[in-house]
Design a protein around this ligand. Sequence first.
Ligand code: BEZ
Ligand code: FE
Length: 342
Amino acid sequence: MPSSTEQPTSKVPPPPPKGPKITEMTDDTITQNTILVNSQHTNMRLLFLLQKAVQHLHDFAIETRLTTEEWEVAIQFLTETGKMCSDIRQEFVLLSDVMGLSVLVDSISHPKPPNATIGTLLGPFHTHDASEMHQGDSICSEGKGEPLLIEGLLTSPDGAPIPDASIDLWHCDENGLYDTQYPGRERPDMRGIVKTNDDGTFVIKCTRPVPYAIPHDGPVGKLLQKINRHPYRPAHIHFIIQKEGYDRLITALYAKGDPYETSDAVFGVKTSLLYTLDKLGAEKAKKYGMNPDDWYLKWHFKIITNEEAKKLVYQKNKDALTRASANLVLNAEGLPEPAPLD
Ligand code: BEZ
Ligand code: FE
């Protein structure tokens, strides 16, 4: 006899649910049938995302004449990718990065007008424990790399200064490693936050970043090796720029002429984000307690308001709908989904 807390197991199957009748599973009907059974709900955006995912996945299998063995290899790869993930390692994001998807989603979701600073991928090394710095402070601990002074300016695209904005920046050290990649990290290093002055300017010391390899000791690294791709990124400095009322900018500046400038493993480089370093010179060296031979970077960031960003996303999504010429509408968030049936 089952105890009173155990659920009795019934041998009688539940009555079939109401819904579309799925019959005749052939190569020609399986896609539509799958879309049909996935569509028994009213979340139109989810319905659209699933419909497109199934359509494209099935088309992929059909067009490549995917074999069972190949699909098993793919499942094994995805399983290993999942097993590599932990609190400090996201192998699926890395996969999305090396497949160019992260940067594509960022540019679809956060388009910028031509007169604003363009965004790029965040990467996995941003942390939320960076300290707030004063103007002219260094984000790097003593003895790290070649000193670099950054003088920045933050304005709207028309040049109006944006004061009291948060500039969160981080980069790798002279060994091509972020602080979080060292075992036993006790405090943040090579990262910090500085606020813009009333005239939109900020000054911060850091060190000259170097090219480095993305984590490649896992399945994504093995894949890169198999397809003759290298895991390197050109030297760069990451920035997150935030100010209430403005669209948060996630971007990075890349070293022009870097050996990996034109083959970034994660496709983050954009021409308008390339920098060239100058020598600091005697005057600034004296002002900031540095050496004239240290490095100097001057950069003008331009950000747009939330309202401008929202309008731009809406316009871009509308243009995409027109091109798709499908029976789609933009929902309240400005995202495409199937038009309601009258
Ligand atoms: C980075 O720039 O920090 C990064 C981006 C993508 C993958 C790995 C690292
Ligand atoms: Fe990076």
